[in-house]
Design a protein around this ligand. Structure first.
Ligand code: ADP
Length: 482
């Protein structure tokens, strides 16, 4: 499958408003068939340093002088351009990530929405005045950190760029974006559109490359004032350690083992599609994937057999054929996922999605599987698999459900399905999680909703208005005037 004609060279980086070559390149693979898509830049220390310098120049120049209103207008124009280019962005994500067309299109639309939301919010963040001693006036001001680094993964490039870079630009930071080596085409297209939208040179710089090279260079760069990272716990720890050397704040979103709690009084017709989709969307490669389904014992058999039916009816195929489930991002991920799944050989598998005979042999496909009943402390119910697998766990009482739900190292998103208003309120309080969805499951969706975790799911919040506090720093001014 060929790349469409692009208005930029995919093997270049964007630094200070100019597209340029890097010393070396990497090969980008289409995970649906294993074919080579193109060469991409392999940014190194020097490229990252040039990008940080360009970002600082933008802050010292045109970008730093823009009013909040003007920054908001740039973002709003960018949102409009993203909307006008939804189809090309969708196509790029389909080829690059192996994301089925409908899911890729939803991400492109979400990217536009982030630009619109943060475009509108840019001039609505303000400080406050504080009553103080007689003869003083005290007030606070929200200011940009300066140069912000954004290290994003390959699973939802557009959404994560939108929430991270969108919020940072709204607050007047100048950004250096390091997309994932497995998927960077939509990041480059976004940078091209940002130039068209009128962002001054250097406000947004994009340097693809390897995590251990460009990523690490960005995380340890002494002139980066804030880092935001979405990815694995392992890499998050490395980034936080590098940031600690420079004493800069970090926002980390590191995944989870998100539970959905299904009580016997739940509306199952309403719940069932959410229960499955929240696990299989993007082939399970979602930080907030609902990978654990906790079911009250009295409805366990019903829920299990109805979920099994849905699993059997799902479709698998190349992303461009718009199946329910596409390939994983790479054969490397497939190997990793299969190794983790080895631990499941002692568990009852109650449904599999049928694999069609004509799948491209070099695609990174894996078979979606539903396991149950699974002991809550089994590794399949504890570890993040990042693939299309869900486990069913029966429970008897509300207390037991809460204990199981809170019984992992993570705490990103939880779902609660029950008709009881009192139980809804109790669980919203007791679940250890950054988000709780009641009788719905956003799977991380919702541009307006603050998102982030506790425990090993990370810290800091992106999305919504809350993110703007993280992407800015607060200055207190105390004036004594008598
Ligand atoms: P995965 O292993 O699934 O790709 P990661 O969490 O390692 O997930 O990757 C998420 C992002 O972090 C990617 O952009 C990747 O290049 C980057 N990355 C990986 N390792 C490092 C590192 N040591 N320092 C900085 N960034 C890294």
């Amino acid at each position: 499958m060929m790349l469409p004609a692009l208005p930029f060279n995919p093997s270049h980086v964007l630094i200070g408003g100019a597209w340029r070559k890097t010393r070396d390149t990497l090969t980008l693979i289409n995970p649906s068939d294993g074919d080579t898509l193109c060469e991409i830049a392999r940014g190194d220390d020097a490229d990252i340093d040039a990008a940080v310098t360009a970002a600082q120049s933008a802050l010292d120049g045109a970008w730093g002088k823009m009013t909040a209103l003007e920054r908001g207008r740039c973002l709003t124009r960018l949102g409009q351009l993203v909307l006008e280019n939804v189809e090309i962005l969708t196509r790029l994500e389909t080829l690059d990530v192996g994301k089925p067309v409908t899911q890729a299109r939803a991400d492109a639309i979400a990217l536009a929405r982030y630009c619109e939301f943060y475009g509108g919010a840019a001039d609505k963040v303000h400080g406050e005045t504080i009553p103080y001693l007689d003869g003083y006036t005290v007030y606070t001001m929200r200011e940009p950190h300066g140069v912000t680094g954004h290290i994003v993964p390959w699973n939802y490039p557009m959404q994560i760029i939108g929430r991270s870079v969108g919020g940072a630009l709204a607050m007047g930071n100048a950004c250096v974006l390091k997309p994932a080596e497995d998927a960077c085409l939509t990041a480059l297209m976004f940078a091209h559109l940002a130039k068209e939208a009128g962002f001054p040179d250097g406000a947004l710089n994009v340097v693809p490359g390897l995590g251990t090279e460009a990523g690490a260079a960005l995380a340890r760069h002494p002139r980066v004032q804030h880092l935001s990272f979405t990815g694995s716990v392992q890499t998050g720890k490395i980034i936080q350690t590098l940031a600690a050397e420079n004493v800069v704040p970090v926002t980390l979103e590191l995944g989870g083992k998100s539970p959905q709690l299904v009580f016997e009084d739940a509306d199952l017709d309403e719940a069932l599609p959410f229960l499955v989709n929240a696990g299989l969307q993007n082939a399970g490669q979602t930080c907030s994937a609902a990978s654990r389904i906790l079911i009250q014992r009295s409805v366990y058999e019903t829920v299990a057999s109805r979920m099994a039916e849905i699993y059997r009816a799902k479709t698998i195929g190349p992303a461009s054929s718009d199946p329910d489930i596409g390939p994983l991002i790479s054969t490397k991920q497939k190997t990793r996922f299969k190794a983790l799944l080895q631990t499941a050989c002692d568990l009852p598998c109650i449904a599999e999605t049928p694999i069609p005979d004509d799948l491209p042999v070099n695609g990174a496909y894996v078979q979606p599987r539903l396991f149950g009943p699974v002991p809550p402390d089994h590794s399949l119910a504890q570890d993040e698999l990042f693939g299309p697998v869900q486990v069913l766990i029966p429970f008897d009482s509300e207390d037991e459900a809460i204990q199981i739900a809170n019984g992992t190292i993570y705490g990103l998103v939880a779902g609660v399905w029950t008709a009881s208003g009192a139980r809804q309120m109790r669980l919203a309080k007791k679940l250890k999680s950054g988000q709780v969805f009641i009788n719905n499951y956003g799977a991380g969706g919702g541009v307006e909703l603050p998102f982030g975790g506790i425990g090993k799911s990370g810290h800091g919040r992106e999305k919504g208005f809350e993110a703007l506090y993280g992407f800015s720093t607060l200055k207190t001014v105390a004036a004594k005037h008598g």
